[in-house]
Design a protein around this ligand. Structure first.
Ligand code: FAD
Length: 466
């Protein structure tokens, strides 16, 4: 980011992944940034968050990091583990690799808390003011004659009585799926809003590093794959960490987990469905998980528009579009929000009000598209990856993808979403629809040909007999 705008004040609510990147991006453009975070400073507290998940960072996220600061991106990317495909584990523990990319492309595993801490560390080297233990409780638009919006926070380090009010030229709400800023903003404008809980829960588990192995083989599973144990209506996934461990996530409908009523039942369920993972995790750890780890719920949130009518406030990241995690795009998309907004600010010559307005206009189709894709991908991960129809389709899709540009244009959907940062999510859906129709014709055409040939053969045999 090279442009520099005069010192206008930007207040950002939420120092999660998106809030931090937005703070760095505004700061790099010369804005005076204050970042508010409900939690305590993670560098001063022990992380006992049992929901510390691994994220897959892919092309869009990486492009946004590089856009904000190329060197920062390099520093962060040193800590990723590339995953070039899925490793499917069947009930007998057999593993089959399915590559993601056509030419060895990979998505990248990184611990969410670690990434958040990396971004906060970058922030510590800037003049961004970070106020931890500040919980947003109120927002008022058009305060005073200069139309400056006002936010009220409780300083939780000083007790409930310590409420403080701040005024900014512009406000960014990046306080996550349950955004308080969004709730406050909705009171001041006509904002469409929908929230849907998906009938799905998740629990985090852990595969430790190998105790006996030397440094180069400290992983008990292949680290360069996203491991999946697809079991139709539930599944387990595992992503590698740098220390040789794997963070696993068990996803299932609520009825499955609620149907398990004791530690013994949970252990035998696990042993039956994920025998090889059971061996790696161990019974004692599984028992602890069942007894102490929280069950997370998954929800989809959509809002429209993303900015306030006066153009002074905007929602980014999960606060604007919480999606289910099955395409690994929530954060990547949030990072892309930041880049998109910054490019608009440049395009509008530093007119933030105009940039906020244009952002809503151009971003809606893409945010709707990725929320839909994320939901659809659950069926692919939990079920379709093992079906012959899907596997054949994938083969043809990949083959055509490899020929892309030679005789025709063909880019598989996964490539468009995860490995390309120049194709909008909404475009990806449109292109996939066209390609999908063609693949259907090939597959149904092939099936019809087989059916007709069998019918002819059957009739010939019948004719010979009579
Ligand atoms: P958050 O990370 O939720 O941050 C919001 C911040 O705001 C928090 O720090 C919070 O403390 C703070 N806050 C909240 N309320 C207030 C308040 N009142 N006042 C002040 N501060 C407040 N995405 C990917 O791209 N790839 C993946 O592989 C992936 N896997 C996932 C797996 C799972 C199981 C889940 C649940 C999500 C996954 N995601 C993934 C999605 C990703 O985690 C989110 O999209 C991302 O964390 C959103 O970042 P955010 O900054 O918008 O919100």
């Amino acid at each position: 980011v090279s442009n520099s705008y005069h010192q206008q004040g930007v207040g950002i609510v939420g120092a999660g992944l998106v809030g931090c990147l937005a703070a760095l991006a505004f700061n790099a453009k010369g804005f005076s940034v204050t970042l508010f975070e409900y939690r305590d400073d993670p560098s001063k507290t022990k992380n006992d968050n049992l929901r510390s998940i691994n994220l897959a960072v892919s092309a869009r996220g990486i492009r946004a990091l590089k856009y904000v600061d190329e060197e920062m991106a390099e520093r962060i990317l040193e800590h990723i583990i590339p995953m070039k495909g899925r490793m499917i584990h069947d009930l007998d523990g057999n593993q089959t690799s399915q590559l993601y990319g056509l030419f060895g492309e990979a998505i990248n595993s990184i611990d969410r808390s670690f990434l958040n801490e990396c971004l906060l560390e970058e922030i510590r080297h800037t003049d961004i003011k970070v106020l931890f233990n500040h919980k947003l409780v109120a927002f008022e638009k058009n305060h005073g004659e200069d139309q400056t919006p006002k936010m009220t926070f409780i300083d939780t380090s000083e007790g409930d009585a310590a409420s403080k009010t701040f005024e900014f030229d512009y406000i960014v709400g990046a306080d996550g799926a349950h955004s308080q800023f969004r709730t406050q903003l909705q009171r001041t404008m006509r904002m469409n809003y929908s929230q849907e809980y998906i009938d799905m829960q998740y629990i985090e588990l852990y595969i430790p590093p190998s105790e006996s192995a030397k440094d180069d083989s400290k992983f008990l599973l292949n680290p360069n794959h996203l491991h999946i144990w697809p079991r139709t209506n539930h599944m387990l996934i595992a992503l590698a960490n740098k220390d040789g461990s794997f963070t696993c996530t068990f996803f299932s409908p609520w009825s499955v987990i609620e149907g398990i009523t004791s530690t013994e039942q949970w252990i035998s369920f696990f042993k039956k469905n994920f025998k090889d993972a059971y061996d790696l995790i161990g019974e004692a750890r599984l028992a602890t998980v069942y007894e102490t780890h929280p069950r997370g719920s998954l929800l989809q949130v959509n809002v429209y528009p993303y900015h306030s009518p006066d153009g002074r406030a905007i929602l980014l990241g999960d606060a604007a579009h919480s999606m289910v995690p099955f395409y690994g795009q929530g954060m990547n998309c949030g990072f892309e929000d930041v880049r998109t907004l910054m490019e608009l600010i440049d395009e509008k010559g530093g007119d933030v009000l105009e940039a906020f307005r244009s952002y809503t206009e151009i971003r809606k189709a893409d945010l709707d598209a990725i929320c839909k894709l994320a939901l659809d991908n659950y069926h692919e991960m939990s079920h379709k990856v093992t079906s012959l129809w899907y596997l054949t389709r994938k083969r043809i899709d990949s083959l055509l993808g490899k020929l892309n540009g030679k005789y025709f244009q063909w880019i598989p959907l996964y490539t468009m979403v995860s490995f390309r940062d120049d194709i909008r999510y909404s475009q990806a859906i449109e292109i996939e629809k066209r390609q999908g129709r063609f693949l259907n014709n090939i597959q149904y055409g092939f099936l019809s040909a087989v059916a007709v040939t069998s019918l002819i053969k059957g009739l010939q045999m019948w004719g010979r007999r009579t």
